[in-house]
Structures are given as C-alpha cells and as structure tokens.
Design a protein around this ligand. Sequence first.
Ligand SMILES: C[S@@+](CC[C@H](N)C(=O)[O-])C[C@H]1O[C@@H](n2cnc3c(N)ncnc32)[C@H](O)[C@@H]1O
Length: 256
Amino acid sequence: MPSHAGVEMSSPRNDYRSKVVNRSISADWSAYSATYDLLSEHNPEYQALLQDFEAFLTTIETPQVIYDIGGGTGNYTEIAARVCPDSEICFVEPDTNMNRSAQSKLAAYKNISYDNRALEDIDATGSADLVICVHALYAMPAQEQRLADLRKLLRPGGRLYLIDIGRYMNVSDWRSYLFASVKKELGLIGALRVFWQGREIAKQNKSILEAQKKGIYWTHTEAEIASLVAQNGFEIVRQQSVYRDHSDLLVCRAIS
Ligand SMILES: C[S@@+](CC[C@H](N)C(=O)[O-])C[C@H]1O[C@@H](n2cnc3c(N)ncnc32)[C@H](O)[C@@H]1O
C-alpha cells in the first residue's frame, strides 16, 4: 500500500487547517460532511456522475494503484474499491470530519489507505495508474501547481479522471431543481423533511458561491480548464460539460 496510510499519521493537517482559516471565505467541509450524502443521494446529477465513473472504470485496464484526491465522504473510492477489489486505493482527504465519514462508510474494504494531507503536502510517487479528483480542484489553492501535483502522482500513460465545478454555483436554481426532484421521489412532506435535515448544504453552497465571486475558489470555462490541463502534462481523451453545465469532466492520459 502507499506508504502514507493512516488518518492520524501525518502532521500537516494543522498546516492545512491554518491555510483554510486564512482563506477566510470558503466552505466549511467539516460542517458539510454530516449532510453531504443526504442531498447527493437525492441529486440525479450527482448520481449520473457516479454512474459515469463506474462505466469509465469498466473501459480501462484494471488500475493497480488508485488515488482519490479530495475524496470527501468516499463515494468515488467506494466505487473503485468495489469494481477493483485487488487494487491499492489511497484516499486523500484533509478535512477531519470528511475523512472520518469516509472511513466509516468504507470500513468493509481492506484495500484502502487513508491520508489526511492536502494534495500540496503529498510527495509525488509517480506510481499511480489512476488519479480521481472530483469537485475538489476548484477549492484548492494554485490550480496550475495542483495539476502538476496530480501529474506527478501518475506513471506515464496513467489516467486522470477529473471533474471540476467551473461556473458560479447558482444556489437558488439548484435549490429549485433539487426540491422538484426530491418532491417527485418522496412527495412534498418528504422533500421538506430532506431539505430541513440538509439545511447546512444550502449554507455551504452559499459560502462556495461567495468564495467563487471573491476569486478564492477557481472558476473556469471549458476551454480554460482544457488549456491548463494540457499545459501540465496531460492529453485529453474525453471532455464534456456536466452537472447541469456547472462542471467540466475530463478524462486525461499522463504524457511523459
Ligand atoms: C465538494 S467535496 C468533493 C468530495 C468528493 N470528491 C465528491 O465528489 O463527492 C471537496 C473536497 O475537497 C477537499 N479539499 C479541499 N482542499 C483540498 C486540498 N488542498 N487537497 C485535497 N483535498 C482538498 C475538501 O476537504 C472536500 O472534502
């Protein structure tokens, strides 16, 4: 397994925390972690992304070493661990509560190691066959350097499965869309209950929008992310606009 397994073994978490605090307007991932899966489970667009990832895994040779960067509550790692039971998976998530939540969800899988460092604090291994990074790059500092970090994790020819929110989070539009969708599934009372339980989500999404507007979180067009990815050692195999056109999905190959 990658040498940095174990949620409590590395110390840079404090550095990460101070960096987060210094970036005063940003999402509180710990507060978000408790309810993150509640609406994700009821969000057809989030489910469509998970399905795309699972389908993608069946189209490639089984990756031996997989990294999930900014893995949140572990939904992508769960798919990787299930579809690729013999692979070594390194789950990287610097937020303590997100990381705990993922460890609890993934406890049945024995092929996962947990790292609580931020991407920028991880030593490049050049050993990964697949790196997953979903809806996390925009929230990191210095995207060009982070893309270079992702490249360094991969062996030449290895794949990057990247999804990133690029456009402003239209909070009221998402709320209407999700409410209609949950109401269809659970009825009015059920939808009201889910929205009340998940009220932290609306709060965090507002913080994300605020951080985007202040330039603390990265926003980009399809062309801008493609250009930055290509400049950092990747060939783009597939690119599409997803998540109601808020995000870009790029499947890339690391070039030597
Ligand atoms: C919106 S969540 C996405 C979680 C998961 N990938 C998913 O799609 O369900 C973004 C995650 O990125 C993590 N993150 C933020 N900055 C990071 C950094 N510098 N390095 C690694 N992860 C980071 C956050 O802690 C948070 O859990």
